[in-house]
Design a protein around this ligand. Sequence first.
Ligand code: IMP
Ligand code: MG
Length: 178
Amino acid sequence: MNKITLGDRCFELFIPHSEIDKAIAEVAQAINREYENNCLMLLITLNGAIVFAADLLKQLTVDCRISCIKLSSYSGTECTHTIKDLIGLTEDLTNQRVLIIEDIVDTGNTYAYIVDILKNQNVKDIKIATMIFKPDAYKHSLPVHFVGLPIPDKFIVGRGLDYNGTGRNLIDIYQVCE
Ligand code: IMP
Ligand code: MG
């Protein structure tokens, strides 16, 4: 299916699932290399990152645990610029190597917010792995360590990413029609 409708918007096929799977496999390999012989805490950002996290986890060979945090900054296709911390951290992260797992890094506000929260947690180090990165929209200077696919500044859905709550289950990634 090359075009789909979600609510009031039309979306067209942008990245086929084979390409996404290949990118995720490469991210997994890079993480396995980076954290070899280390314990890793994956901090998964709900809801969007659960699909990427599940795909990634199955390919990790390093000793790892998971914890989830829920934030939101989007309403429809527009960034609201206010991040609400909905579910906070429950784990003790002292001395842990933390890897934030994101579906997408857009402005980077969410990433910067999470890093800010973790500053008071005495973690060993913080890195991020994101399925999708929009470098043209990125407003921060924090390094984005593991990137599946960089894309232009377009609104996309699928593989966990939603438009008003729908489209997360799509196996391919779609972009909003011009
Ligand atoms: P940031 O804080 O601007 O980096 O945006 C982070 C969050 O906004 C992501 O985790 C997504 O939930 C959402 N988001 C950003 N871009 C898109 C998109 O193109 N489609 C769907 N959600 C997006
Ligand atoms: Mg998200």
